[in-house]
Design a protein around this ligand. Sequence first.
Ligand code: ATP
Length: 358
Amino acid sequence: MAYLTLKNINKIYPNGFHAVHDFNMEAEKGEFIVFVGPSGCGKSTTLRMIAGLEDISKGDFLIDGVQANMLSPRERQVAMVFQSYALYPHMSVYDNLAFGLSLQGMDEDLIDERVQKTARILGLTEYLDRMPRALSGGQRQRVAVGRSIIRKVGIFLMDEPLSNLDAKQRVTMRSEITQIHRETGATTIYVTHDQTEAMTMADRIVVMKDGYVQQIGTPKEVYFHPANMFVAGFIGEPPMNFIAKTLLGGCIEMNGAKLDLTEKLGADAGRYEGREIVFGFRPEAVSLQEGDYAVKGTVELTEMLGDSVNVYMDIAGEKAVLKVMPHEKPALDSELTFFVPQESVYLFDAQTEQIIGR
Ligand code: ATP
């Protein structure tokens, strides 16, 4: 049985705004789930309903198979880390970590043992006597995480915990949180709008848009088998290229070249004849040497990133970006032919934006 079950969960705010629609998900004990999506898609609202900070308007929430809709946050045994990690400014790191346990009336020796262990896991041992104001942003965030994991709860909820840190600190904390998760084994739900965080940390990703779940899958599944254009465009950097074309005789025309999509479309070929479809391919999936589909265009801009170069192309009025090796960097305004392997092509229904073909 799943540890967390969300069955047709809905949130309708008192002002009538329907923020979350029929959210369905199961999480196994110890899983690391990441909710990802653009601002306002309902990630935090869903997390807050799991935490018990927000009422569930409709649907069932179960913990270990037991109905939990009406349980208080404390009864749910959850710990939550927020974006703004409010530490007690007048207390040392030690006291910040110990505070929750003291409130529970825990024995001093036991508290000390837990504080020391948590500090060790988070690399905070040498800062235990410091006040929060004498810590860096990253160190403060570690104390905030420490305050949560010290309680040994079964469910660990994090809402954009790294968004106040700089890029370098974020990368470090990312791996630290993954490590802490491995050590504590707590079922974790982590909210972010950053697809890189989702891809690097999650066992499974829930991609959301406008209050609807778009897809649930492992990082590999959502990258290689996106359910629709939204997921395909949201996961991956730079995003997948999309070029809309009309299917004629099983082919689309791209800057003078005919690309035969009959095999790719399979059983869908007949249904889409004469209709608009979207040809999708990832910047990193192209080759400048060989491949099934050859496409010609003009180089408009190049961006040297060190290990790769982003090449911005104009393909008879359509725009696309390619990721190539530094030694392959083409000259500005030059004509360039690139190749897309058939297995790296994604086709979508231009109207529904759902994936089609195979
Ligand atoms: P962000 O990354 O910006 O935090 P999010 O995906 O976490 O976005 P939510 O905070 O869950 O989004 O908000 C989802 C939608 O619900 C938004 O359109 C928001 O304006 C709306 N919303 C949030 N809180 C309330 C409220 N108390 N009353 C009415 N609408 C709300």
